[in-house]
Design a binder for this molecule. Structure first.
Ligand code: BGC
Length: 408
């Protein structure tokens, strides 16, 4: 349990219902390893884990050069054009690996989530110059290969590679290239498949766990399969349970051992509250049928910033065959990005910017739909009380429900 996140959650009205949950500790800049006067560093977190008698620590490794190459809300401190791969290796990955390898911490299973959004950006966003650059030397592949090579000899580190989410890579035209790209990176490491414990879907995203009322994407309504409705844009993967299981299956077909497992970030994909449908639509119009039946209430599935969703299932091991756990990688209530165009830079992370996807008054960049982002949000990673209240109230299952296996 991250004591810093936990005490902030505890201080929010109603927050004690979730304040005891395991959430990811993000190493999102070189300075985060050491920590500051007001923020615990990596050793402090691991010492606290020992003190708690914890057997698991969830950590996110997130500082690649050209980080967040498509969006700008989480732009990072390192740039390929500045030759910063050298700093990534020497000042970021090496010190993290040294701390992980301290025998003092060998009783703690360290679940390391590696570089969110990075390899998926190389699948779909190569038209963006910063992503094209990240596709080359000194870019994402090199950084991830280096991190895996440093972490894999440490027996209690379990690395999980980011697998984006169903609403991003779910189309076959994205899915297969993503599997090939990610598998090739893993096969290129020293320990090959032994470098990874598996993959994580939905990190910091909002895609629902199960689209309860839409189990069959090929179901015909009004003369076409429901996956051809505007909301799904022909993507046959509607939810994270199906996507995670399919992702694992395709990795195994590429040579991954059957011991690999999936994680699903369920921190903010609950979508409960009054807007949640309680039955399947009876409409004979495909779009109306989908819109009235879907758990995902976003205007568009590409909307990723501060969505008014709800807390999802609490962290839980082995929810389904092949899925290692539900996890809360993105700590609920931490912002995805600044909503105001006339912002002050974040003193800890001056590269973080305003991305219109985080502005409720803007249209989504993917299509002609509003962003749906909640208003008056601070910089990515900063505490966002209004957002927290929304997430609590719209939790599904309700936050009073104890952690346990999923009902679906
Ligand atoms: C931010 C990180 C932050 C993380 C968790 C990301 O969007 O860029 O700085 O640690 O979210 O809230």
């Amino acid at each position: 349990m991250n004591p810093e996140w936990s005490s902030k959650a505890e201080a929010e009205p109603g927050g004690s219902a979730i304040a005891d949950q395991n959430t990811g500790v993000w190493l999102d800049r070189i300075g985060a390893i050491e920590g500051t006067d007001t923020k615990m560093g990596l050793r402090a977190h691991l010492d606290k884990a020992l003190e708690q008698g914890a057997n698991l620590f969830t950590v996110v490794v997130y500082d690649l050069p050209n980080r967040d190459c498509k969006a700008v809300a989480s732009n990072g401190e390192l740039l390929i054009s500045e030759g910063d791969m050298v700093r990534y290796k020497n000042e970021f990955i090496n010190p993290i690996a040294e701390i992980f390898a301290d025998p003092k911490y060998q009783s703690i299973r360290i679940a390391a989530v590696i570089e969110i959004d990075s390899l998926p950006n190389l699948v779909t966003n190569l038209d963006i110059p910063k992503c094209a650059e990240a596709n080359g030397p000194g870019g994402y592949r090199e950084g991830i290969t280096y991190a895996l090579n440093k972490f894999s000899p440490i027996k209690n580190v379990y690395s999980y590679i980011d697998a984006a989410h169903s609403g991003w890579l779910g189309w076959d035209s994205n899915f297969d290239p993503a599997i090939t790209l990610i598998a090739n990176v893993i096969k290129g490491t020293d320990a090959e498949w032994d470098s990874v414990a598996g993959f994580v879907t939905n990190t910091a995203n909002y895609s629902p766990l199960v689209e309860t009322y839409l189990p069959n994407p090929d179901k015909n309504v009004g003369g076409g399969p429901i996956r051809s409705a505007d909301f799904y844009e022909w993507n046959p993967n509607f939810d994270e349970k199906g996507y995670a299981i399919e992702f694992r299956k395709r990795m195994i077909a590429k040579g991954a051992p059957t011991t690999i497992g999936m994680l699903i970030d369920t921190g903010r994909n609950g979508w409960g509250g009054p807007e949640r449908p309680t039955q399947v639509s009876s409409s004979s119009d495909k779009n109306t049928y989908v819109d009235e039946s879907r758990i995902d209430r976003r205007y568009h599935r590409g909307n990723w910033c501060n969505q008014p969703s709800g807390i999802g299932y609490k962290p839980w091991a082995d929810p389904y065959n092949g899925v290692d756990a539900f996890v809360w990688v993105k700590p609920p209530s931490e912002s995805d990005g600044m909503s105001e165009p006339d912002f002050q830079p974040d003193p800890d992370d001056p590269a973080k910017q305003y991305d219109p996807m985080c502005d409720p008054d803007k249209m989504s960049n993917a299509a002609a739909y509003p962003t749906g982002a909640m208003d008056e949000a601070p910089h990515a990673g900063r505490w966002y009380s209004e957002g927290f209240q929304y997430l609590l109230q719209n939790a599904y299952p309700p936050v009073s429900t104890p952690a346990g296996p999923p009902a679906e």
